[in-house]
Design a protein around this ligand. Structure first.
Ligand code: 5GP
Ligand code: ZN
Length: 107
């Protein structure tokens, strides 16, 4: 999606501090951290929100959930972390490219 800020981050058209990347997903630091460690994990495929996730994306979202604790641990959150997914306008979503917030305080 040409007008999507997170697609632009994936394409490296907008700078970000990337902490993890593979063929399917990207994790980077939130520009306005709400915790000492605040990361966003996004699929490289443009999916607007959980409401647009389809059966075809089951493998992708599974891989992302499995990556969450690994990315968290690599960023000092071995002791635990919070995850957060805002969905839709009424769910407080501001950027319409699916993202998992990973937040915590290093032990
Ligand atoms: P939402 O409210 O949609 O769940 O969260 C969007 C998040 O994206 C916010 O926490 C916001 O700080 C972050 N964000 C918005 N624009 C940018 C950006 O250009 N770069 C980075 N790194 N984070 C962004
Ligand atoms: Zn996008």
């Amino acid at each position: 999606m040409s007008d999507c800020i997170f697609c632009k981050i994936i394409q490296k058209e907008i700078p970000s501090t990337i902490v993890y990347e593979d063929d399917d997903m990207l994790a980077f630091k939130d520009i306005h951290p709400a915790a000492p460690v605040h990361l966003l994990l996004i699929p490289k495929k443009h999916i607007a929100s959980l409401q647009e996730l389809s059966e075809q994306d089951a493998g992708l979202i599974g891989k992302m959930m499995l990556a969450v604790p690994k990315i968290a641990a690599q960023n000092g959150l071995q002791g635990g972390f919070k995850t957060h997914i805002n969905t839709g306008k009424n769910g407080g979503q501001e950027v319409f490219h699916l993202h998992i917030h990973i937040m915590g305080k290093p032990a």
